[in-house]
Design a protein around this ligand. Structure first.
Ligand SMILES: [Zn+2]
Length: 96
């Protein structure tokens, strides 16, 4: 019986140069591929505060003890449950 984890996108910390719908599609595909090889299902939810995985784009020092370094270098980081934060560096030029 697979475990189900929910994920959600921050309503505030997004990037403007890529459509949120495109970002959601990419994450849906990635989680689907991951689910194919591990006993975990990933379900998107609108409930950001209570989702297991919280996805957002952040710049520089964003108060989690892991400041981003600007263009290139560190692109993203994540924190294991129960935090579940998955942060992408907003300074990067993200593209789909
Ligand atoms: Zn962070």
């Amino acid at each position: 019986m697979p475990t189900t984890l929910t994920y959600a996108f921050s309503p505030n910390y997004i990037v403007s140069n890529v459509n949120l719908s495109d970002i959601k599609l990419i994450f849906r595909r990635a989680f689907s591929r991951w689910s194919a090889v591990i006993p975990v299902n990933f379900t998107e939810t609108e409930d950001y505060m209570f989702s297991n995985i919280k996805i957002g784009f952040y710049s520089g020092d964003h108060d989690d003890g892991e400041p981003f370094d600007g263009v290139l270098g560190v692109l993203a980081h994540g924190f294991s449950p129960e935090s579940g934060k998955l942060h992408l560096d907003a300074a990067e030029t993200w593209a789909v």
